[in-house]
Design a protein around this ligand. Structure first.
Ligand SMILES: NC(=O)c1ccc[n+]([C@@H]2O[C@H](COP(=O)([O-])OP(=O)(O)OC[C@H]3O[C@@H](n4cnc5c(N)ncnc54)[C@H](OP(=O)(O)O)[C@@H]3O)[C@@H](O)[C@H]2O)c1
Length: 315
């Protein structure tokens, strides 16, 4: 990509990963040129027409250089869980570095992907960290929009796919507690459309990015099971049994399936909202439509973000 006049391209973090890929493709469909900041430039699909620059927080000047001339920064950067030197606290500090680089580079607006119910006093480090990042963005003084999804589905998403993968293979699937806590996932393409619209708006705002369906977790798991024609029994077990069970499965799969925090936050209702839907695609219909392919292969989070491509088999 050659650099043209200021503002004729946008920067998206993680355009070869999940939500960043959806945002990049929505931007390209609208005729925008896209540059990405990524730790995985080698994962660019053939013919992607996206220039990759390093998402290197140890080089703020390099980040600013990569952002110079951009109209909007779409920020999807975050880490799902702490592991090794990766932590939510570090991700907060790194997000600040990125925002400051954007301000220094003269980026006009930031569209930031957060989470439903971030909270400075949250018992959950993920949600506390997300609140700290939103605050850092507000303190920056740049025009911005914050989109808060609860759970993403569609594309090569992990959660629904891996529930289906387990249901296809296990005799029993355990749901924690009563399973009556609701979830409000949004399709990743709906999130991308919201992001591109948010980029074009002038005002600073915060919006929950949530889909039209709001099943209980038990309803969701049963619907996936029926859709993939699995004979798996879905049973409710005391909530505290879920994290150790997920850890055991994770050992077998060389992955982190579900952290204690992720389970507890969902059981606490943090993946639900009671406002209007801002996405259009029905989760339950999407599951039905993808019954033939859902959960055929396992999506490994550690391979995606914590292991080198050589170790994980990615090429
Ligand atoms: N996925 C969901 O269900 C979900 C639900 C609610 C909220 N969100 C929020 O949506 C945003 C995007 O999520 P996503 O699932 O679309 O993420 P993603 O595409 O997997 O990753 C987004 C960006 O973060 C980087 N990243 C992720 N994990 C990393 C790690 N361990 N070390 C270094 N860099 C890492 C990626 O780097 P690379 O470019 O190198 O891949 C990419 O640039 C996040 O803010 C997340 O909190 C997601």
């Amino acid at each position: 990509m050659t650099t043209g006049p200021a503002g004729d391209f946008d920067v998206v973090t993680g355009a070869f990963s999940y939500s960043g890929a959806a945002i990049a493709s929505e931007l390209q469909a609208a005729g925008r040129r896209v540059r990405t900041l990524t730790g995985h430039p080698d994962r660019a699909p053939a013919g992607a027409a996206i220039e990759a620059r390093p998402l290197d927080f140890t080089d703020p000047a390099g980040l600013a250089e990569s952002l110079r001339g951009a109209r909007v920064l779409f920020n999807t950067y975050w880490v799902r869980f702490a592991r090794g030197h990766v932590s939510h606290e570090a991700a907060v500090a790194q997000s600040r570095v990125l925002f400051q680089a954007a301000a220094e580079a003269g980026v006009r607006r930031i569209v930031h992907v957060s989470i439903t119910h971030p909270g400075a006093d949250s018992p959950y480090p993920y949600f506390r960290g997300k609140a700290a990042v939103e605050l850092a963005l507000a303190d920056l003084g740049l025009s911005h929009a914050v989109l808060r999804p609860s759970i993403l589905f569609g594309g090569n998403g992990v959660l629904i796919n891996n529930i289906a993968w387990l249901l296809r293979r296990m005799p029993v699937f355990a749901v924690g507690g009563t399973g009556q806590y609701r979830v409000r996932p949004i399709h990743v393409d709906d999130l991308a459309r919201l992001a591109v619209r948010a980029a074009a708006a002038a005002e600073t705002f915060v919006l929950d990015a949530v889909g039209p369906d709001r099943p209980t977790f038990l309803e969701l798991v049963r619907h996936v099971r029926d859709s993939v024609s699995s004979g798996c029994r879905v049973i409710c077990v005391p909530g505290p049994l879920i994290p150790p069970a997920a850890r055991l499965l994770g050992l077998a799969l060389r992955d982190t399936l579900l952290t204690t925090e992720e389970y507890e936050a969902m059981a606490d209702g943090l993946a639900d909202t009671d406002g209007p839907a801002t996405g259009e695609i029905s989760l339950m219909q999407w599951i039905t439509d993808h019954q033939a392919t859902l959960g055929r292969t396992y999506a490994n989070e550690l391979d995606r973000h914590f292991r080198s491509d050589k170790d994980s088999g990615h090429q």
